[in-house]
Design a protein around this ligand. Structure first.
Ligand code: GUN
Ligand code: FE
Length: 416
C-alpha cells in the first residue's frame, strides 16, 4: 500500500455558495485517494511520512472546460477582429498547419506544459480536423498524466477548402478515434462538431449517432456572436439549440456548449431539461467583442455553468484569469440591473475547480475523493496574516503560475 500524509491549509468548494477550509489539517492518502482526515495524527499512523506544507495554501487543480490546443501558438493575434473574421483571417490558417505532425508535436507539447504550469490538470480540448495530429495530442496529454477529453474537429462546409472534410471520411475517422481511445484511463474522446454553420445536417446526424452508439460526450459552440446566430437561422431556419438537439447532440450524452450568450427562452429551457453544461469563456467574449454571457440569469434558471479559457480567442491559459474576468463582467451587468448580483469568489471557485461536475466526483478534500491539489506559496504577495479566504482571493487576483509550487493528480505529482 502506498500511504502518505499531507499537511497544510486546504481550501475547496462543495457547492456554489460556500468555501470549505481545513486549517493545519492532515490528509491520509492511500493509492491516490483521500482515506482519512485528521487534525492530529493518530498513533497508528505515527510511522508514516508527513509531507508538511506548513503555512502554504492548498487548493484543487483548475478545470478548463473549453479550449483549442491548435490555437495555442496564435494567442494574442487578431484580437481586433470579431468571431467570423477572426476565424477566416487567422484561425483556419493556423489550424491548417496541423496537417504537419512535426508542427503538431511541437505545439502540443508546449501547450500541455503551459497548461500544467498554470495548474489546469483537467481539460476538455478541441484539436483540428486532422486525425494524425489529434492522435499526437492524445499521446502528449497521456505522457504528462493529465485527465482530458480530446475532440477531433468535424467540419464539412462553409470553411476554406483546405479544412473542408468529406462527410463520410469525417465520420469514419471520428469513429476510429473513438474506438482507439474510448477505454483510455486519462485522455478520452469527445465528439466535436466545430459549430452548426460549418456542419451539414448529414454530418450532425452522423455524429449524434456515434455519440449514442458509443456513449461519448459532446462539445461545441453555441450562440456566441450575433452574426453567427443570424447565420444559423438562415442556414437551418431553426433555433440554434434545436439544431443540435434534433441531431442528438444536446444532452443525449453529457454535453458542453461554449459561450451561450444569445440564448432564447426556448434554448435555455432545452439546456436545462437536457442538462447541457454552459461553458463561460469571458476572455474570448471580450476579445472578439462577442458579448457577455448572462451568467446570473442562467444560474437563476438552474443551468450548470463551468469556465473555459477558450485559447486562442482567450489569450491567457490561466483559469484564474477567467475567474477574475467572470466576476468583473458580472459587475458590468449588475451596474445596470441591481437584481442580477455579481458573481462571488465562492461561485467562480466552484466553477473553476469542480467544472460543473463534468469530470464527476472531483475537486474536494474529502474522504473517497482522489487527491488532486495545487500547492500555493503566496509569501511574495504580501502578509499571510489574513484569513484563508482572503489569501485565496488575493492569489486569484494578483498571483500567477510562479506561486504554484507543486501539482498533484490522483496522488501523483505532475511535472512538466
Ligand atoms: N466558433 C467556431 N469555431 C470557433 C473557435 O475556434 N473559437 C471560438 N471562440 N468560437 C468558434
Ligand atoms: Fe472555442
Amino acid at each position: 500500500m502506498d500511504k502518505k500524509i499531507i499537511k497544510g491549509n486546504f481550501i475547496f468548494s462543495k457547492n456554489l455558495n460556500n468555501l470549505s477550509f481545513l486549517e493545519n489539517t492532515h490528509l491520509l492518502i492511500n493509492d491516490g485517494k483521500i482515506l482519512d482526515i485528521f487534525k492530529e495524527v493518530p498513533t497508528k499512523y505515527k510511522n508514516l511520512n508527513i509531507l508538511d506544507f506548513k503555512n502554504k495554501i492548498i487548493i484543487p487543480p483548475f478545470v478548463d472546460l473549453h479550449l483549442h490546443a491548435p490555437q495555442y501558438a496564435m494567442r494574442g493575434l487578431g484580437m481586433d477582429k470579431e468571431l467570423l473574421d477572426w476565424l477566416n483571417t487567422y484561425t483556419f490558417k493556423e489550424e491548417n498547419k496541423f496537417k504537419d505532425i512535426g508542427y503538431a508535436k511541437r505545439i502540443y507539447n508546449e501547450f500541455a506544459k503551459d497548461l500544467i504550469k498554470h495548474g489546469t490538470l483537467r481539460a476538455v480540448i478541441f484539436a483540428t480536423i486532422h486525425k494524425k495530429s489529434t492522435e499526437i495530442l492524445f499521446e502528449v496529454l497521456e505522457k504528462y498524466g493529465l485527465e482530458t477529453y480530446v475532440g477531433k474537429v468535424n467540419m464539412d462546409r462553409n470553411c476554406p477548402e483546405f479544412l473542408k472534410e468529406n462527410t463520410e471520411k469525417s465520420l469514419k475517422e471520428t469513429e476510429e478515434l473513438i474506438l482507439n481511445y474510448k477505454n483510455n484511463k486519462k485522455s478520452k474522446p469527445i465528439i466535436t462538431p466545430r459549430f452548426a454553420p460549418t456542419s451539414t445536417q448529414k454530418l450532425l446526424k452522423g455524429l449524434g449517432e456515434l455519440a449514442i452508439k458509443y456513449n461519448i460526450p459532446i462539445q461545441s459552440h453555441l450562440s456566441e456572436n450575433q452574426k453567427e446566430v443570424k447565420w444559423v437561422k438562415e442556414l437551418y431556419n431553426h433555433n440554434y439549440s434545436e439544431v443540435y438537439n434534433e441531431n442528438n447532440l444536446f444532452g443525449q450524452t453529457p454535453t458542453l456548449m461554449a459561450h451561450c450568450i444569445y440564448l432564447t427562452k426556448k434554448g435555455i429551457e432545452l439546456m436545462k431539461n437536457n442538462r447541457v453544461i454552459a461553458v463561460h469563456c469571458p476572455q474570448s467574449n471580450v476579445n472578439l467583442a462577442s458579448g457577455i454571457m448572462p451568467v446570473r440569469t442562467l444560474l437563476n434558471e438552474g443551468l450548470n455553468i463551468g469556465l473555459g479559457s477558450d485559447i486562442g480567442a482567450g489569450h491567457s491559459i490561466a483559469i484564474k484569469r477567467s475567474m477574475v474576468m467572470a466576476i468583473e463582467l458580472s459587475k458590468l451587468i449588475y451596474k445596470d440591473n441591481k437584481n442580477l448580483k455579481p458573481l462571488s469568489t465562492e461561485e467562480v471557485f466552484f466553477m473553476a475547480t469542480k467544472g460543473s461536475d463534468f469530470f464527476g466526483k472531483i475537486g474536494e478534500f474529502n474522504v473517497d475523493f482522489s487527491f488532486d491539489a495545487l500547492i500555493i506559496d503566496d509569501s511574495n504577495l504580501g502578509t499571510t496574516e489574513l484569513t484563508l479566504k482572503e489569501r485565496l482571493q488575493r492569489f486569484i487576483y494578483i498571483g500567477d503560475d510562479r506561486n504554484i509550487i507543486k501539482r498533484y493528480l490522483n496522488g501523483k505529482e505532475i511535472n512538466f
